[in-house]
Design a protein around this ligand. Structure first.
Ligand code: IPE
Ligand code: IPE
Ligand code: MG
Length: 234
């Protein structure tokens, strides 16, 4: 075994979250409708998920559709939901071989019974898998915080702690993200993981999501390992 000390120090990153942005611009650059970009966005997501599986990343979270994205033209929203349904079908087909425990983040109340049932079934069927994939769909950080408050009120809770509050969030089953990557060049959070991002390392790249591949992820991880996380200490 010829492992360097450096490699031994590098435990896999626990939780990487992705703001998968830039599909629309990627399509526009090619003179194609935005939906075309979303289609290639799904392919990029699948490549990245496989790479995260191989790297042993414990939790992968992807921002697929925000609570604000409903404002987009119906044609685009419908296309995104169709891609989501196709992904559900693909997961169902290879359920035995699927490596990740799937959790959906966001209220499922926005979806019809059929889609909701499929989502819940996939969550149940994959519950025992070792790595986790959180799919943020109809997700907003503010919605999540308000939803958690209402959940606690409904339970008759009179006093909350940071721990009890965190366990009322959609991400109750996940650790906080270590690294949040946003593609597409914008330097903002766009209502993603507002509570959980408290001490996440942020990484922004101009690369548009459909072009974000394993090499780009490796570069982001390389950058992550150079950082010193102080959590307010010295
Ligand atoms: C991100 O890409 C995917 C979703 C928000 C669903 P965009 O669709 O926001 O692409 P740009 O930012 O307009 O290029
Ligand atoms: C964030 O991207 C949401 C997702 C990637 C799903 P947006 O394109 O919606 O964010 P803004 O509008 O640029 O802030
Ligand atoms: Mg965008």
């Amino acid at each position: 075994m010829n492992q360097t000390v450096n490699a031994e120090e590098r435990a896999p990153i626990g939780h990487i979250a992705f703001i998968m942005d830039g599909n629309g611009r990627w399509a526009k650059q090619r003179g194609m409708p935005r939906e075309y970009g979303h289609r290639f966005g799904v392919k990029a997501f699948q490549r990245i998920l496989e790479h995260c599986r191989d790297l042993g990343v414990q939790t992968v979270t992807v921002y697929a559709f925000s609570t604000e994205n409903w404002k987009r033209p119906k044609k685009e929203v419908d296309a995104i939901m169709k891609l989501m349904d196709q992904y559900l079908t693909e997961c169902e087909k290879k359920i035995e071989r699927y490596n990740f425990r799937i959790c959906f983040l966001g209220s499922k109340a926005a979806f019809d019974d059929k889609r909701r049932t499929r989502m819940e079934k996939l969550e149940k069927q994959t519950a025992g898998r070792l790595q986790t994939l959180n799919i943020a769909l109809n997700y907003g950080g503010r919605d999540e915080i308000v939803h958690a408050c209402n959940r606690l009120i409904a339970q008759g809770v009179r006093e909350v702690t940071e721990e009890s509050f965190a366990s009322a969030l959609y991400t109750a089953k996940s650790e906080d993200p270590d690294l949040i990557i946003r593609t597409g060049g914008d330097l903002r959070i766009s209502n993603f993981l507002l509570w959980q991002a408290a001490y996440a390392e942020l990484y922004f790249t101009d690369v548009l999501w459909p072009d974000f591949g394993p090499a780009e992820l490796d570069a982001a991880i390389e950058d992550f390992y150079k950082r010193k996380r102080r959590y307010g200490g010295v």
